[in-house]
Design a protein around this ligand. Structure first.
Ligand SMILES: C[S@@+](CC[C@H](N)C(=O)[O-])C[C@H]1O[C@@H](n2cnc3c(N)ncnc32)[C@H](O)[C@@H]1O
Length: 213
């Protein structure tokens, strides 16, 4: 990914900290030319894992992002670093984990959280505009349907969608590869599938897809 807020040192990724002096989940920081960067852990973030696996994906400094399954804010905090002049809307269903996300959104000028169900995308239509990028990591049985519904309502024509597919959430009894193939075909029937990667060893039984509307 080419983004001026992302740097690589060897096989490590770092994002330019939008809130210098404050880290999010105990991650290390480094300084480059007096600017603070946060270490981006690929074992804790599927997007970092996918970038290290050379997934072809672009997030621009000015992008607006809809992020589904924001949890307590680990990956979305790095997305907020990357889209410095853009904005990220984080949807999370669990009140318990969203507490941390709420605190994060108070500290970051380009991040808002919505306590909502990504299965019901119309419930946040008042708050979310058309976006350049839809990111999804919800680990639900109907995760592909959720992804398609949100893309249909919120993604601009030509915008990108990132799906972190957890095979075991769809069916624990089937081989992950068979599920990846099936989902690939399903996505292909509606979008251009630009790239996909299995992200082992960082995450087990996960494949990520990038589609274009
Ligand atoms: C694997 S975790 C996400 C981790 C996060 N993306 C990260 O990398 O920091 C999945 C999250 O999706 C949330 N989730 C599950 N179903 C959801 C739904 N229907 N709507 C919104 N969030 C949902 C869960 O509560 C959980 O926090």
């Amino acid at each position: 990914m080419e983004n001026k807020n992302l740097i690589r040192r060897g096989n490590k990724l770092f994002t330019k900290n939008l809130t210098p002096g404050i880290n999010v989940y105990g991650e290390d920081t480094i300084f480059v030319d007096g600017v603070e960067y946060r270490y981006w852990d690929p074992f804790r973030s599927k997007l970092a894992a996918a970038i290290l696996k050379n997934l072809d994906v672009e997030l621009k400094d000015t992008d607006k992002v809809l992020y589904l399954g924001a949890a307590s804010g680990t990956t979305i905090s790095h997305v907020s670093d990357l889209v410095n002049r853009g904005f990220v809307f984080g949807v999370e269903i669990s009140k318990r984990v969203a507490k941390q996300l709420y605190l994060l959104s108070m500290r970051r000028r380009n991040l808002a959280m919505l306590l909502a169900d990504a299965n019901k995308p119309r419930t946040y239509i008042k708050y979310v505009p058309l976006v350049d990028f839809v990111y999804q990591d919800v680990a639900q049985k109907n995760q592909v349907e959720i992804f398609k519904k949100n893309i249909s309502l919120y993604l601009k024509k030509g915008g990108l969608g990132f799906l972190a597919l957890k095979a075991k959430s769809i069916d624990v009894t089937r081989k992950p590869k068979a599920i990846y193939r099936e989902v690939y075909k399903e996505l292909l029937s509606e979008f251009d599938v630009l790239d996909y990667k299995v992200i082992a060893p960082f995450q087990k039984d996960h494949c990520v897809f990038v589609v274009q509307k």
